[in-house]
Design a protein around this ligand. Structure first.
Ligand code: IMP
Length: 420
């Protein structure tokens, strides 16, 4: 079982950080393969509670090498800040490596992300405002700056100046302040100096790890419903959080990924705009959100909450072929007498289990089954078989409708509160 991908099977925020933290205890290498500091992975362990944005959740294992793969977009100053905070909590970050092929997320990407959202007005996407979309746009449009480019200061300053010639025209056209090329370059170069020789070609490291049968974890950000190609476009992120994206973004040949864990919450949440068929509103939503502390780890925004959507999770399974599911936060449902469970949608008068395109998803009606709750605390339970009958039935219903077996169940926030 050397290479495991951990990916989100819903709208993001499924609890991947916790599952990665757990498995990273046994891992030799942990690689983030897409996204940037739009991620917010909450990890609760013996060192405290952490919200990681860029650094892989494997950082708490002193024996694991953690990498930001070539598929990520990296705000170097933000990264240094995060590393400093970890160091202050006594966590060594010496084992972090940043791919020299990753793209730099520059201050103008942040400015353009916010400008774009503002100009979209009521049609905004609800991005995290971290600059991720514009950074990937530049990458695809071949205007991106790769991390290795910081090593040649003169050339790097020239690149920054050239890019800002066009970016500043846009910023000023929409009434925003232009950015100063020297200040921008100074900031990035200072952060690069702090990182020093942690910027490397990650491919030889990965190749050696594979040759040694080392245990490699590929840590996804977000979930299938926000995938650039298969999610609810345009309310998606600008990269591919699927296991297929892990191969490219980490530099791992697809045949080498032998285990794909799809992480799902026992219910649904989403931050940002776009269709969300099982969304709850009013008091029901508030009760679930407060009970489960559903606020965005990156932006603090209240998360939209709803019932489990098996169509969405099955869509993710069709794209990822999960070897197993990890169900998180099952204990949140402890207080319900009855639980609604969406096994299919009604679309234009017909029942379907397929995920339609975004415009059609806006008008589907979730078909709910009502499942009996268990109405008792489960956090102290140590085995799946010891769960109350109705909790076991709920898990079985997830397995049947999604089509993948459950390998892990989270019954509380701690690393230890996970049934394997
Ligand atoms: P972006 O990735 O910041 O461009 O945002 C695109 C969409 O993905 C928005 O709906 C965001 O709210 C959502 N998103 C981005 N990162 C996360 C995350 O870590 N958790 C949940 N949603 C996210």
């Amino acid at each position: 079982m050397p290479v495991t991908a951990i990916v989100g099977a819903q709208w993001g925020d499924e609890g991947k950080g916790k599952i990665t933290d757990l498995l990273a205890q046994e891992a030799d290498v942990v690689i983030r393969f897409q996204g940037g500091n739009n991620a917010g992975h909450t990890v609760v362990n013996q060192h405290g509670t952490f919200k990681l944005h860029l650094v892989p959740s494997g950082i708490f294992n002193p024996n694991a090498v953690c990498m930001l793969g070539p598929g990520t977009v990296v705000d170097l100053a933000f990264l240094c800040n995060e590393l400093e905070q970890l160091e202050r909590s006594g966590i060594s970050t010496a084992n972090l490596r940043v791919s020299d092929r990753a793209h730099l997320l520059m201050p103008w990407h942040v400015a353009l992300d916010r400008l774009d959202e503002r100009e979209r007005g009521r049609k905004k996407l609800g991005t995290t405002g971290m600059g991720v979309g514009p950074a990937y746009s530049d990458k695809v449009g071949r205007h991106g700056i790769q991390v290795y480019e910081v090593k040649d200061e003169r050339r790097f300053r020239e690149r920054v100046k050239r890019e800002l010639e066009t970016k500043n025209v846009i910023l000023e056209r929409f009434g925003d302040a232009p950015l100063d090329a020297r200040a921008v370059a100074d900031g990035v170069l200072a952060a690069a100096a702090t990182l020093g020789d942690r910027v490397v070609d990650t491919l030889p490291l990965v190749e050696t790890a594979l040759a040694r049968d080392s245990r490699i974890l590929l840590e996804g950000q977000l979930g299938a419903m926000r995938d650039l190609d298969w999610g609810i476009y345009p309310y998606v992120t600008s990269s591919n959080p699927l296991a297929g994206g892990a191969s490219v973004g980490a530099g791992i040949p697809p045949r080498k990924i032998s285990r794909v864990i799809g992480v799902v919450k026992a219910y649904s949440t989403a931050v940002g705009e776009g269709p969300f068929p099982t969304e709850l509103h009013g008091d029901d939503a508030t009760a679930l959100r407060e009970r489960a502390h559903e606020y965005g780890a990156t932006t603090g925004r209240p998360r939209r909450v709803g019932w489990f959507d098996a169509v969405a999770a099955r869509h993710a399974h069709r794209l990822n072929a999960f070897t197993e599911l990890a169900v998180t936060k099952l204990d949140v449902l402890d207080v319900y007498e009855r639980i609604s469970f969406c096994g299919s949608y009604e679309l234009d008068g017909k029942e379907t289990c397929d995920m339609p395109t975004t415009n059609a998803l806006e008008r589907v009606r979730p078909c709910y089954e009502t499942l009996p709750g268990w109405n008792t605390p489960i956090t102290a339970i140590a085995e799946r078989r010891a769960l109350p009958d109705n909790a076991q039935k709920y898990l079985s219903r997830i397995e049947q409708t999604v089509g993948a077996p459950i390998g892990m169940v989270g019954v509380g926030p701690e690393r230890t509160a996970t049934l394997l």
